[in-house]
Design a protein around this ligand. Structure first.
Ligand SMILES: Cc1cc2nc3c(=O)[nH]c(=O)nc-3n(C[C@H](O)[C@H](O)[C@H](O)COP(=O)(O)OP(=O)(O)OC[C@H]3O[C@@H](n4cnc5c(N)ncnc54)[C@H](O)[C@@H]3O)c2cc1C
Ligand code: SF4
Length: 324
């Protein structure tokens, strides 16, 4: 039996602002750590977790986890498209064996899985999607790592797409480990937010609304300072949207591990819940330049890695210091 539409709650999901009570969990997670609370519960009941991890080349892939240490690789946002490979087949096999399964991914990945499983008994499946800005091209990330490795003359040893521990939850700075040094940068982040490297389908994304087909939607709770004043400590707050009665059931089981405040869904309407970002008018130009140029041309023009941007940044820091 597949999940029926009657599992869906009212038109607007119940929203919560959430922080995991364990600060170490929160610091290891992108937002408030709700994914760890949900997956801990499933693992404790001998279930299986599917999510996005990094392979040996620091590229995003979906894998299967049955232990906490395997699951820990899913924590943290990887701001590139994750490769699914044969993962839906593994989910199906686990469900057919009667296992409890949590699948996490972007809204389109969750919707794709649900379509794939239309003939399967999904009563033991919990679908969790992330609110998704859009996914950048893995090729650009790969070229960026290659360029960084060459620039700093060493092998890449670790990556953090968004270094929350050093810069806080709100800021967006990537950190790349090269041999024994750590390089902090905003180059990839800057290129990402200019949107030329997002997948073409993201400009027509049909999941940019409060209604999602997953059981639970999780996100960064942007705007939490207005929705729940005093809750934000810049260490990460998750937005949780409960979409189905199945999601509601699981959420009630993990609540004891969370500081959770009920909110009005209309107070959490960040841009990716309203509509897709428009395709940049210079997207074609960007890719034409990309194909014929060195990667450094792209970092200079689109990653603010040029002398004018660097001077502007220094002036900004001096002005800020003088103001303080
Ligand atoms: C490409 C991308 C775009 C995002 N855009 C937004 C946004 O616009 N607004 C917003 O509020 N939040 C966005 N997020 C962040 C997302 O909302 C957080 O992952 C979520 O808040 C989880 O919080 P947590 O503390 O429970 O996270 P964690 O424990 O860090 O959980 C991470 C979860 O994200 C999944 N994940 C990580 N990377 C990927 C990937 N590349 N593809 C698919 N799944 C992935 C993992 O499987 C896991 O379930 C984005 C994340 C990604 C990867
Ligand atoms: S923006 Fe939409 S189409 Fe693009 S990856 Fe995210 S959910 Fe999928």
């Amino acid at each position: 039996m597949t999940k029926s539409a009657s599992n869906n709650l009212t038109k607007y999901p119940q929203a919560y602002a959430v922080k995991h009570k364990d600060i170490d969990v929160r610091m290891a997670s992108r937002s408030g750590g709700v994914f760890t609370a949900l997956s801990d519960y499933i693992l404790h009941n001998n279930g299986v977790i599917y999510g996005c991890s990094l392979d040996e080349n620091y590229m995003a892939i979906h894998t299967r986890a049955v232990t906490k240490s395997e699951r820990d690789g899913f924590r943290g946002s990887k701001y590139i498209q994750s490769e699914l490979r044969d993962i839906f087949k593994y989910v199906k096999a686990d469900l057919c064996e009667g296992k409890q399964v949590l699948f996490s991914g972007t809204s389109c990945q969750v919707d794709g899985l649900q379509m794939y499983l239309s003939e399967v008994d999904t009563s033991k499946l919990l679908c969790v999607d992330i609110i998704c800005h859009g996914v950048p091209s893995p090729k650009v990330w790969k070229d960026y790592l290659k360029w960084t490795s060459k620039k700093y003359k060493g092998k890449i040893t670790c990556v953090d797409f968004r270094n929350k521990k050093k810069y806080g939850w709100r800021d967006h700075v990537e950190t790349i480990g090269i041999e024994n040094k750590l390089v902090d940068s905003r180059i990839f982040t800057t290129i990402f937010y200019r949107h030329q490297i997002l997948r073409p389908s993201c400009f027509k994304c049909p999941y940019k609304s409060l209604t999602h087909s997953s059981d639970i939607t999780i996100a960064d709770f942007w705007g939490v300072e207005n929705a729940v004043p005093g809750f934000d400590d810049n260490k990460g707050v998750s937005l949780v949207l409960i979409n189905t009665s199945v999601g509601e059931g699981f959420y009630s089981k993990i609540k004891l591990h969370l500081s959770s405040v009920c909110c009005d869904a209309n107070m959490c309407l960040q841009e990716p819940l309203i509509g897709p970002f428009p395709e940049p008018i210079d997207r074609k130009q960007f890719w034409e330049l990309y194909r014929k140029s060195k990667f450094s041309t792209i970092t200079n023009k689109y990653g603010n890695n040029n002398i004018v941007s660097k001077i502007k940044k220094k002036v900004k820091i001096v002005l800020k210091k003088n103001k303080n």
